[in-house]
Design a protein around this ligand. Structure first.
Ligand SMILES: Cc1cc2nc3c(=O)[nH]c(=O)nc-3n(C[C@H](O)[C@H](O)[C@H](O)COP(=O)(O)O)c2cc1C
Length: 468
């Protein structure tokens, strides 16, 4: 039987996400990012096409490495300007019933208590449709402007993230019993104090002794996504992620990453299929292969080399203007996003990438592979990525904002549905159910957060406040 793919629409709350210079295309509507109605209409379109969710990248800083300046990023709107994506969720959730919303939030600057509270609020307001993409951050500008000036070392950021997630799990799963809210009018008791507990967390990075402010939300814990692919990133994902976002340029490279992650999860006693893997992909589609190819050529003509290098320099923490554009970019170490370097230097052994190749490739959809074609060509290719790598689906990026994913919904989705490779109706209510099937609104029992879960402490409760 054909496996049904999970689909998220990948976006950014700004005029331009991954593609360089493409905001100049006549169909691009990136400048509407400040218009809430545009986002609402887009969310409704995605739900009509049965997407599982939207996935928002975010960056607390800005790209300032290329030529040692932010100017290149500003000129190409390279992820700046940008607004906080979390504020879009309640409006889009109110206009939809099933679509999920993955929001990137860093563990580097805000205390875990505040992050847990933000996601609990979003989970309430969306009826259980929120996910948290846990990132450890890579941007020195964010460290300077939001942190204490300097970035922690790469692996130390992950160590801190591990404790950060642990604190949030204690808060969302362990502070309140499922039935703590009793709303007992007779005894003037809204919340039964016996069913709310201090978490008593004392660790290396955080001290959180008290109770959580938020009552349990439909999913209690947002679906935990992660993206870092370095050894420290994989170790954390294997332990705590429920969905991992990967970006490999080749199927063979991706398969290696997927197998390594699943093996590590199994070593830790988790069912490896309790982690969904989603590969980033950019699809340029049209009614026929020829029209799609024409569209792709039109896009390539608009790619900005400096815009692409401004982004890539920011992600890798390397000033790409220092490297010879025509010499292979070899194994380089960075304190920023190691995966963003490895994607060209390690994960595709069949090819040597020069900075010029990287810029051209990155200019359309960032580090994602690009599929160009009519409905059948695209469906064949997506299904072969699924079959050959063991992934669960895709995070669909774009070159031209809103238009490319709208085209995907128009041309590709019906073909995938016709082949049984994509859902034709929703069968659950929460984001976790969209990903893992109905009845899975809460964390799986083998997730470390499940150990903190408090269903009820009913035995300790005085009889008069037991709900009817
Ligand atoms: C596919 C992918 C997407 C990412 N998206 C974001 C993002 O939106 N915001 C962010 O701050 N970091 C993002 N990151 C950065 C990572 O989460 C991580 O903080 C950084 O890459 C360093 O870890 P690594 O060396 O393990 O990749 C992303 C990384 C990858 C690989």
């Amino acid at each position: 039987m054909t496996k049904q793919m999970k689909l998220l629409a990948f976006d950014f709350n700004g005029p331009s996400h991954l593609s360089a210079g493409l905001w100049r295309h006549e169909r691009d509507r990136g400048s509407e990012y400040t218009n809430i109605q545009t986002w609402i209409d887009y969310a409704k379109m995605l739900e009509a096409a049965c997407f599982d969710g939207m996935f928002f990248a975010d960056n607390d800083g800005y790209h300032e490495k290329y030529h040692g300046s932010v100017d290149g990023a500003l000129r190409d709107a390279a992820q700046i300007p940008s607004n906080d994506p979390a504020f879009l969720v309640p409006a889009m959730a109110a206009a939809t019933r099933h679509l999920g919303f993955g929001i990137t939030t860093s563990t580097a600057y805000t205390p875990p208590y505040a992050v847990a509270r933000k996601f609990a609020t979003l989970d309430h307001l969306s009826d259980g449709r929120v996910g948290w993409n846990v990132v450890t951050s890579y941007s020195d500008s964010a460290a300077r402007n939001l942190g204490n000036g300097t970035q922690l070392a790469h692996d130390e950021r992950y160590e801190r993230a591990d404790e950060f997630i642990d604190v949030t799990l204690k808060l969302t799963e362990g502070s309140w019993d499922d039935d703590a809210v009793v709303r007992d009018r007779e005894n003037c008791t809204y919340v039964d104090p016996a069913r709310v507990h201090e978490i008593g967390h004392q660790g290396k990075h955080f001290s959180v002794p008290g109770i959580f402010t938020a009552e349990p939300s439909p999913q209690r814990t947002p679906v935990i996504f992660q993206a870092g692919g370095s050894p420290a990133g994989v170790a954390l994902a294997a332990k705590t992620a429920e969905a991992v976002f990967m970006n490999s340029m080749s199927k063979s490279g991706l398969k290696k990453q997927v197998d390594a992650l699943r093996a590590k999860a199994a070593e830790l006693g988790r069912d490896p299929h309790h982690i969904a893997v989603l590969q980033m992909i950019t699809v340029i589609s049209a009614p026929t292969d020829e029209e799609a190819q024409r569209k792709y050529q039109e896009y390539l003509d608009l790619v900005s080399y400096d815009g692409a290098m401004a982004r890539y320099s920011g992600w890798t923490g390397l000033d790409m203007s220092q490297f010879d554009p025509d010499k292979p970019f070899e194994d380089v170490k960075t304190n920023a996003g190691q995966t963003m370097v490895d994607v060209y230097t390690k994960l595709d052994p069949g090819k040597k990438w020069t900075p010029r190749d990287i810029a051209l490739e990155n200019g359309i959809g960032g580090t994602s592979p690009v599929i160009v074609g009519g409905p059948e060509t695209v469906a064949d290719e997506l299904i072969s990525w699924m079959d050959e790598t063991g992934i669960d689906g895709f995070n669909v990026a774009h070159a031209v904002k809103f238009a490319d994913v709208e085209d995907f919904a128009t041309y590709v989705v019906p073909e995938l549905q016709r082949r049984g490779a994509m859902r034709t109706a929703y069968d659950g209510n929460t984001l976790r159910e969209n990903i893992f099937g109905p009845g899975n609104a809460r964390l799986f029992a083998d997730h470390p957060g499940a150990a903190y879960h408090r269903a009820t402490t009913i035995a300790s409760v005085s009889p008069e406040v037991v709900p009817a």
